[in-house]
Design a binder for this molecule. Structure first.
Ligand code: ADP
Ligand code: MG
Length: 256
């Protein structure tokens, strides 16, 4: 049975997509069967996994609307070693179309049930908002992974997200837990980042992953080649950190 994780943070540009595609590639590198679900109409996780969002015949949009199954719409991306259920701008319309539909907040859950046996991990790249799309992600997930930068306002946004996870857990999805916080674009030489990192650890204890992802230009360059950094340059510091994170995650959730 696949473990389903949302990569979520209400802020944009914090490293959600970079985390999704590199964690997926890291998990694939250690032998796990992974599906990435792109729930962001920007389609960055799709493009960053070597799938052209403009050429998608079927996407997560069709799955949410019930026009396609996940098996029909998912693609194997040979270059990256995992499967992708892609998204493009069409998905922005789903937000409105879903409103009048039955089970509007659990359509992804029902659709993914079909492929639960095909994958060890399903990673969902969420949009930067608490929308109906994100709710579809949270309702089918076992857990949430929160990438965050150790900056001054980081903790503020975090409490909103933690409350959201608690509410979804209480009202909609008893399986949902906060798996952990991943420090990304991390530079421990910067005093402020070190301080925020310490604050995080004192608030959240072992929910803060031991692994941290350094700021690394190879991770930022990789998407323009349609690849995760882990595949683009496996020996880069960023890639090594993501493979280490993949190992830590597998070890952490094994007892679940
Ligand atoms: P989000 O999906 O939360 O909007 P992205 O993953 O797209 O965020 O990251 C935002 C920007 O930061 C992108 O340009 C990405 O390449 C860059 N980035 C993310 N993580 C790193 C990192 N560890 N080192 C350097 N650049 C990074
Ligand atoms: Mg993104």
């Amino acid at each position: 049975m696949a473990r389903i994780f949302c990569i979520a943070n209400q802020k944009g540009g914090v490293g959600k997509t970079t985390t999704t595609v590199n964690l997926a590639a890291g998990l694939a590198a250690i032998g796990q069967r992974v599906l990435v679900v792109d729930l962001d109409p920007q389609g960055n996780a799709t493009m960053g996994s070597g799938v052209d969002k403009r050429a998608l015949k079927l996407s997560v949009y069709d799955v949410l609307l019930g026009n396609s199954t996940v098996r029909e719409a998912r693609q194997t991306s040979e270059k990256v070693g995992y499967d992708v259920l892609g998204a493009n701008r069409e998905l922005a319309g789903a937000e409105i179309e879903l409103v009048t539909m039955e089970h509007r907040d659990r359509r992804l859950k029902h659709a993914l049930a079909e492929v639960a046996g095909d994958h060890d991990f399903i990673l969902i790249d969420c949009p930067p908002s608490l929308s109906l799309l994100t709710l579809n992600g949270l309702n089918c997930a076992n857990g949430v992974i929160v990438p965050m930068q150790c900056e001054y306002f980081a903790l503020e946004g975090l409490s909103d997200l933690v409350n959201t996870v608690k509410q979804v857990h209480a009202n909609l999805n008893r399986d949902l837990q906060l798996i952990g916080l991943l420090r990304v674009m991390f530079d421990p030489r910067i005093t402020l980042q070190q301080q925020v990192s310490e604050q995080l650890k004192s608030h959240f204890g072992d929910k803060v992953f031991n692994s941290a992802i350094p700021r690394n230009v190879r991770l930022a360059e990789a998407p323009s080649y349609g690849l995760p950094g882990v595949v683009f340059d496996p020996s880069s510091k960023g890639a090594i950190a993501f493979v280490e994170f993949a190992r830590e995650l597998v070890a952490r959730i094994d007892p679940l």
